[in-house]
Design a protein. Structure first.
Length: 178
């Protein structure tokens, strides 16, 4: 019998001061059985950083041909492709052919090695690459409950995340801008 995903319900009060974007997001997030809480929360943070109309989580790890998050236009064209983790250059090259905007959010302890090995090839592609510090993502994952109310304030290169019982700060580094 296959393991089923774990479902999380999030109500996020989002304030992105740089983009003048303010919203209340009601998200249902499925954590794949092989996915860590850190990766799931990196996906949630990437969603918040790019929040816009028509942005959705995809089937993710269940569908290898899809990104973790995407936005589609009203005529169903892909407008934004977001991968969380350390994707291959070939995967991202393909993504740049089908989406006008591609972003990568690298977050784990092997992120520096992944970037050092692929940097030259990624520099040839029109893709944004951001690195989320592993320690900050671990702190974000420590906030997880099955049902969460979060307040996320984004300013500059930092997100301030507050839950009912704790808070954390996640700053990122832009490794490459599209």
């Amino acid at each position: 019998m296959a393991l089923k995903p774990t479902i999380y319900k999030l109500k996020i009060t989002l304030a992105d001061t740089d983009r003048d974007y303010y919203d209340t997001l009601n998200l249902t997030v499925a954590q794949h059985p092989s996915e860590t809480l850190e990766r799931m929360m990196a996906r949630v943070l990437a969603f918040c950083l790019n929040a816009q109309e028509y942005l959705v989580f995809t089937k993710g790890l269940c569908a290898v041909e899809e990104p973790d998050i995407w936005a589609r236009t009203l005529d169903d064209r892909l407008s934004l492709w977001i991968d969380v983790g350390e994707p291959t250059v070939d995967r991202i090259r393909k993504a740049t052919r089908i989406s006008p905007a591609v972003k990568i959010y690298s977050f784990n302890s092997k992120s520096d090695t992944w970037w050092a090995q692929g940097r030259a090839k990624f520099n040839e592609l029109p893709v944004s690459v951001l690195q989320l510090p592993w320690g900050s993502i671990q702190a974000l994952a420590a906030l997880v409950k099955r049902s969460m109310n979060l307040s996320v304030t984004i300013t500059g290169d930092t997100a301030y995340v507050a839950a009912e019982h704790a808070e954390c700060e996640v700053s990122w580094v832009s490794l490459q801008a599209a």
